[in-house]
Design a protein around this ligand. Structure first.
Ligand code: GAL
Length: 677
């Protein structure tokens, strides 16, 4: 096994040495009568399903009251799946506490910032810091591990489910107590906390730890450092909860890998998954396509793969077709599901799973698509599910291969995401993730591969590093960036970067504070723009959201573009400071993906980063590369809804459809080429 994957991956019950991609779904048999289970496993085999996630929301069924347990039905399901060669990613079943528990212990219910309780009736109504919840949940985890730890179908443990999906921010008294402990560890003394939180402002100085609270609904803006620390704490609280479950599991079943499904996706930002990635044996992620945001899927898959350190990761959930929680829930277009799945695989997923196996007839998610829709197996969705199973079988040779690094990277930093979007800022319109995604789309349009990395990633691997809105820059990060440029790297950053340190205190002396010398600029006042306002640049592009009045302070700074309209007409808008073999560039406005095109072209030229696909398909075809012992695997992803001919790229075609007309990719199609080293 270790030869195919790293030390910790699924423990395949059957044929462990066989190379394969995992394929399956969340399976919720408790919603169906026993006869349906038999149909399910047969249809799973037909589709090529080899793994399911089980028991995610089964707590009430497994433990109908405090002292009653009912494992019989789950024993049967586990045995049935195993008899059909289907492995189980078994949930610890702690995601949704049963009514008897919340009735007996309402003190486990989370509390909003306005003091309102989040009542049971949906799911995930538990406080991450509740000792009572933890006691009951860990008892269940222990019972699960004792009962199923040696079941032959068990391939991995699935801790809880989407930790923090609904309950990351809890302002209860339990949270207050745990927050104080966390702060004590961080600051040591109340005096130190007072300094970090700048409590001399608005008469907030604390005399004792007991006076400190979570940032509950206040008369005005709560202290920003308190808010930032509460975000850090809340992510940590769930991480500590994850650890608590994991410790029980590894104590009882040390050979079974432990994972939990992250949500590197869209605007889900409460959990710092870059920080959590070390806590699991392998990274898992859930991703749902947001209407109109196709590059966001690629961006998230890309980031997930880098958080997994380039190792294979597990796509635990995505959808075969429509979801039920967007304002309007569109079915996927033909080919859309396969393209989405294979895009994840392209960025390192060795498992393609869905929510869920069989579409529910009742409950809140009955209009959410599944592998077996309401229409049954005689349906387009199920036929494409079967096709996808065959495709993944054909792609088995890539299992265990790693991501091949790109020459360029976009840095994604949770602290900056959190801090740059706090209240009482120069503009409330700034969107951290959107700026990063704009750059990603600009790279895709230029046909250039780029990695998305966490801010702790190794910068020196890359020739070009884009750090959009890198707002929080502690001294150590500034030093790393300076060393990167000194070592010949090409850094580009944007408006509102380098502004504050880890305590959200402004670096004094002019913006962009911590990066002022590296960039060779000085800015005295921010120039946010009104909604609808645009500033024009002599590069033929225009900006929105922000502008800066830049003074160049270093003779080695070259002005790449200047403003031709707005308050800063005639002044620099985009600059580059040449520093030895490296450079440090600054973009002072929001250009959007199109406007970034010419800027990126210049940066690519300076840094020597080149597209690997023919120029003719730049923008139409996205390339992602995985690499194994003897070959690279090129994933050519058609980003468009038209056919695209790809000339001049050779390799052994692993995935059939693009054979049809040589290397022609049909609309939304993905072709996988094996290219021996
Ligand atoms: C996820 C969750 C699943 C299901 C799915 C629907 O957040 O883990 O249980 O609710 O979303 O898209």
């Amino acid at each position: 096994m270790a030869a195919i994957h790293g030390p910790r991956w699924l423990r395949w019950p059957s044929e462990p040495a066989r190379r394969r991609l995992a394929y399956g779904a969340d399976y919720n048999p408790e919603q169906w009568p026993r006869e349906v289970w038999e149909e399910d496993v047969l249809a799973m085999r037909q589709a090529g399903v080899n793994i399911v996630s089980l028991a995610i929301f089964s707590w009430a069924r497994l433990q109908p009251s405090a002292d009653r347990w009912d494992f019989g039905w789950l024993d049967q399901v586990m045995d049935l799946l195993h008899a059909h060669g289907i492995a189980v990613d078994l949930a610890t079943a702690t995601a949704s506490p049963p009514p008897w528990l919340t009735a007996a212990h309402p003190e486990i219910l989370p509390v909003g910032h306005d003091g309102r309780t989040l009542w049971p009736g949906a799911r995930q109504h538990w406080r991450p810091t509740s000792p009572v919840f933890r006691e009951h949940a860990l008892r269940l985890v222990r019972a699960m591990a004792e009962r199923y730890g040696s079941h032959p179908a068990l391939a991995a443990w699935h801790v809880n489910n989407e930790l923090g999906c609904h309950n990351v921010y809890d302002y209860s008294d339990d949270a207050a107590t745990a927050f104080r402990v966390w702060l004590r560890e961080r600051y040591g003394t109340v005096e130190e906390l007072n300094r970090a939180w700048a409590t001399s402002f608005w008469s907030q100085a604390y005399g004792d730890w007991a006076e400190i609270l979570p940032p509950r609904l206040a008369a005005s803006y709560p202290n920003p450092t308190q808010q930032l620390d509460f975000k850090r704490f809340s992510s940590d609280a769930l991480k500590h909860y994850l650890r608590a479950e994991r410790e029980v599991l590894t104590e009882l079943t040390p050979d079974i890998p432990v994972t939990t499904n992250f949500m590197v996706m869209g605007d889900t930002k409460g959990m710092n998954f870059a920080d959590w990635a070390r806590e699991v044996d392998f990274v898992s992620n859930d991703h749902y396509l947001l209407d109109g945001e196709r590059d966001e899927l690629s961006f998230s898959a890309n980031l997930t793969g880098r958080l997994a350190n380039g190792d294979p990761w597990f796509l635990m959930e995505h959808s075969t077709s429509a979801v039920n929680w967007q304002p309007v829930n569109l079915a996927k277009q033909p080919g859309g599901m396969v393209r989405d799945s294979l895009t994840h695989v392209a960025y390192g997923a060795d498992a393609v799973c869905f929510f869920q196996w069989r579409q529910s007839a009742g409950g809140a998610e009955k209009y959410h698509s599944a592998m077996v829709p309401h229409a049954g197996t005689d349906s387009e969705v199920f036929r494409s599910v079967v096709d996808l199973g065959a495709t993944l079988e054909a792609l088995a040779p890539i299992a265990g291969t790693r991501r091949r690094r790109a020459q360029a990277a976009i840095v994604f930093d949770w602290d900056s995401w959190w801090a740059s979007e706090l209240d009482s800022h120069p503009t409330s319109r700034l969107r951290y993730r959107q700026e990063a995604l704009d750059w990603y789309t600009a790279f895709a349009a230029a046909g250039v591969r780029v990695d998305v990395i966490g801010s702790a990633g190794e910068f020196a691997h890359y020739d070009l590093l884009v750090a959009p809105i890198l707002h929080v820059v502690p001294q150590a990060l500034a030093d790393r960036l300076t060393a990167y440029v000194g070592g010949g790297g090409h850094l580009v950053t944007t408006y509102f970067s380098g502004i504050v340190n880890e305590h959200d205190h402004v670096w004094l002396g002019g913006y962009p504070g911590a990066l002022r010398e590296l960039l060779g600029l000085r800015i005295e006042e921010f120039g946010p723009l009104r909604d609808g306002d645009r500033v024009h640049l002599d590069l033929g592009v225009s900006g929105t959201l922000w502008s800066d009045r830049i003074d160049v302070t270093d003779p080695d700074v070259k002005i790449v573009a200047s403003y031709t309209s707005g308050d800063h007409t005639g002044r620099p808008a985009i600059t580059t400071r040449l520093a030895g073999a490296g450079s440090a560039s600054y973009v002072s406005t929001r250009l959007g993906p199109d406007g970034l095109g010419p800027v990126l072209a210049e940066l690519l030229a300076v840094s020597g980063v080149r597209p690997e696909l023919p120029e003719a398909v730049a923008g139409a075809v996205e390339l992602a590369v995985r690499t194994g012992d003897d070959a690279d695997y090129w994933f050519l992803i058609n980003r468009t809804d038209e056919s695209v001919a790809v000339d001049g790229v050779t390799g052994e075609v692993l995935r059939a459809p693009c054979l049809a007309e040589g290397l022609t990719l049909g609309p939304r199609e993905v072709c996988v080429l094996r290219r021996p080293h």
